[in-house]
Design a protein around this ligand. Structure first.
Ligand code: SF4
Length: 363
């Protein structure tokens, strides 16, 4: 029977893991938790405070809303204001400030922006509103892309000509390659994303570990999952190993989820994509394959998507590539709070700035 979550929160076991990490970590070690859900879990369970001072955790680029480029936000604001268009997307994206304001602000000015909880909700919206074109703004990594791909197939099956997808989907392995190629980033290991790994498989990180000589450990989200992955990272680092390891085997297999990968491969093709903070990365985005062109908002609408600067003073880009911690941003907790976010890292509940703020971390 699958282990119950409570078993992964046992304080006695956690104390034993922490003691082992303390025993092993005899030099400063810097690990990046790639995934925003890990960032939140680490704060929620106070794991940073449990770790010895030698072990430093920094946040990475694994928050989908945070890495969505300013140019994408601006394009979506433009799209939402077009006659006959209704834009549907997930809630967090609506509050991200773009160069010309956020989608929420555009909605206040009369643009049609709808918050949905799943891509299938957007499909239902298209069916209910045959005189409008419903554009779903697809944002997210390998965890959300398969459901969006399935929605595109379903829209085609139902012959819904008034549904289209704006794909800002991204895939994680090329982004981590780009991140690790940064000579200014000193890292001793990667806490690899658990949810993305359920799709891409633990094997997806092997090349990364080998090519960059960096320990990579897939982690789950319960406190003991995270601590176990950190223990394995510390062990590899002090033993001078750099391997891909799976500390979340109850959810992650070596090869991932072949059905999800197949549906993604059927609908999407890899393209270069712009990531906030990381710039343009080859083959790190997912565009609709030519066969689905009729459902592609990028093909259907003539949109001017040009690089746009980040909000003035916002260090979200540096935060996303591990170059700054949120409190190092002059706006953190002053001009920028979850109620009045300046940048996307404070908007998304998975954003590092939001997590630092909500859990009262002082830095
Ligand atoms: Fe940007 Fe706000 Fe984070 Fe500063 S605190 S980096 S302004 S999101």
């Amino acid at each position: 029977a699958p282990a119950r979550p409570a078993a992964f929160r046992d304080p006695g076991l956690a104390a034993a893991q922490v003691a082992e990490i303390r025993r092993l970590a005899r030099r400063p070690l810097r690990f990046m938790e790639v995934c925003g859900t890990h960032t939140v879990s680490i704060f929620r369970h106070g794991l940073r405070e449990l770790l010895p001072p030698e072990v430093e955790l920094i946040s990475g680029p694994g928050c989908p809303v945070c890495v969505t480029d300013q140019a994408d936000i601006d394009a979506l604001v433009d799209l939402a204001g077009r006659p006959g268009v209704r834009l549907a997307t997930f809630g967090d994206l609506v509050r991200v400030p773009g160069g010309g304001g956020s989608l929420a602000e555009a909605r206040a000015r009369g643009a049609r922006v709808e918050v949905v909880y799943s891509p299938m909700d957007a499909l239902a919206l298209a069916e209910a509103r045959p005189h409008e074109t419903v554009v779903f703004a697809g944002v997210g990594f390998e965890t959300t892309a398969p459901a969006v791909a399935a929605t595109v197939i379903e829209a085609d099956r139902r012959g819904l000509a008034n549904f289209a997808l704006w794909s800002a989907h991204k895939v994680m392995p090329p982004a981590l390659r780009a991140l690790l190629a940064d000579p200014g980033l000193r890292l001793d290991g990667l806490l690899c994303p658990g949810h993305v790994s359920t799709i891409v498989g633990a094997g997806a990180w092997r090349g990364l570990a080998a090519d960059f000589g960096i320990p990579c450990v897939v982690a789950g989200f319960e406190p003991l999952d995270v601590l176990e992955a950190i223990r394995r990272l510390v062990l590899q680092a002090v033993e001078g190993r750099a391997e891909a390891d799976n500390a979340y085997p109850r959810a992650v297999t070596e090869a991932g989820n072949p059905r999800a990968l197949a549906v993604m491969a059927k609908v999407f093709v890899p393209v270069a994509a712009r990531w906030r903070g990381l710039g343009e990365i080859p083959a790190s985005g997912l565009a609709l394959a030519p066969a689905w062109r009729a459902l592609d908002a990028a093909a259907r609408f003539d949109l001017d998507v040009r690089p746009a600067p980040d909000p003035p003073g916002c260090r979200c880009g540096d935060v996303l590539r591990g170059r700054a911690r949120p409190p190092e941003c002059p706006h953190f907790g002053r001009r920028c709070t979850p109620a009045r976010p300046v940048g996307p890292c404070m908007v998304s509940s998975e954003g590092a700035c939001s997590a630092w703020y909500r859990f009262g971390a002082e830095g």
